[in-house]
Design a protein around this ligand. Structure first.
Ligand SMILES: *Cc1c(COP(=O)(O)O)cnc(C)c1O
Length: 336
């Protein structure tokens, strides 16, 4: 765009950066040596924190890598995958790449998950059910009852993949997915989390999956290369887990900024979907790609949604106060 000032609000990164302790750990690694295969130190640290056996935890080069590995491990040509629309792109793309057919259940008019239709599809026993809660791109989160209804509808023939990339940001009245899943011996599940969002390590690429049993974890591991997570990512992730107060503080700031931006956008007449994440999904009532193009010319990068039925929607990440104000000013101009 030729602009000096850039507001990067398209990828849901942490606008407040990274824990200083994670940066220090990164500076101490030995790049000449290979990383530890299968990230045993991170896995053991997560095992203590989550109270889940290490044999049930897998680390990936971002949780994105795990989504691909799950599809390679479980899908064959002609299998069916169930997900939601609008959805996180890779849930669909990696399923299609593995030869599966993807059924997408639209969210309701007020952007809740359509529990009835999803339950009906779950009764048909798809091979995998992918759902992100909080939803990327919408920000909606399943409540206790909705999650239980979906789990009740899941048969042993379906792998329930619960993508909690924004888990650290949700209000306390929503369920901790991992705790709820752990109570269900009757469902095969994987809970995905990441260091990319709340922990501010997006560029290092590390995420993890906790599985209902060690065999599922092993099946995924077999679809990964041994040194999939680099030594910087492993060291920084452990340091980030040792500095959760930094993470909690940055999440608090993100939520405060989200409130300010959301109130402002509502005031200027934009429909904002309530969000439990570090982004907002906006109904612009006009082609969002056109608006995104004019914002780009000003140096503001946002994500216009491309799925059928949602092309009037724009996803904008919460940035610093300055970036959010810049965005709010320019979107008002772009919509005039
Ligand atoms: C950001 C995101 C991911 C990917 O995270 P990485 O760990 O950076 O690969 C996965 N799922 C959802 C829903 C996301 O929003």
């Amino acid at each position: 765009s030729g602009q000096d000032r850039i507001a990067a609000l398209a990828s849901n990164e942490n606008p407040f950066g990274t824990s200083p302790r994670a940066l220090q750990a990164l500076a101490r690694i030995t790049p000449a040596r290979y990383s530890e295969a299968a990230s045993p130190s991170v896995v053991s640290r997560l095992s203590e924190k989550l109270k889940i056996a290490a044999s049930r935890i897998v680390c990936g080069n971002g949780s994105e890598e795990l989504i691909g590995a799950i599809c390679r491990a479980y899908l064959e040509e002609g299998d069916t995958v169930l997900t939601v629309t609008p959805c996180f792109g890779l849930h669909e793309i990696d399923s299609l790449a593995a030869g599966a057919k993807v059924i997408k259940v639209p969210m309701t008019g007020n952007f809740k998950f359509d529990i009835e239709r999803l339950s009906a599809e779950l009764h048909k026993q798809p091979k995998i059910f992918f759902i992100s809660s909080p939803s990327n791109p919408v920000g909606t989160t399943l409540n206790h009852q909705e999650l239980q209804q979906l789990l009740d509808a899941t048969t042993p023939n379906t792998l329930f993949v619960f993508d909690e990339a924004y888990f650290e940001m949700i209000d306390s009245d929503f369920p901790d997915g991992l705790v709820e899943l752990t109570r269900r011996n009757d469902v095969s599940w994987i809970d995905l989390r990441t260091f990319s969002k709340a922990y501010g390590l997006a560029g290092l690429r590390i995420g993890y999956g906790a599985c209902s049993n060690p065999q599922i974890a092993q099946n995924i591991r077999q679809c990964l290369s041994p040194f999939n997570v680099n030594s910087g990512a492993q060291a920084a992730a452990i340091a980030a887990l040792d500095d959760e107060s930094w993470m909690h503080n940055s999440v608090k700031n993100i939520i405060d900024e989200r409130q300010v931006l959301s109130d402002h956008l509502i005031n200027i007449g934009i429909r904002v979907i309530p969000s439990q994440t570090n982004f907002l999904f906006l109904d612009l009532r006009t082609d969002a790609s056109v608006v995104a193009q004019s914002l780009l010319k000003k140096g503001i990068i946002v994500k216009p949604w491309k799925e059928t039925g949602y092309t009037n929607f724009l996803r904008v990440s919460i940035g610093t106060r300055k970036d959010n104000e810049f965005f709010a000013r320019e979107i008002a101009v772009a919509l005039q």
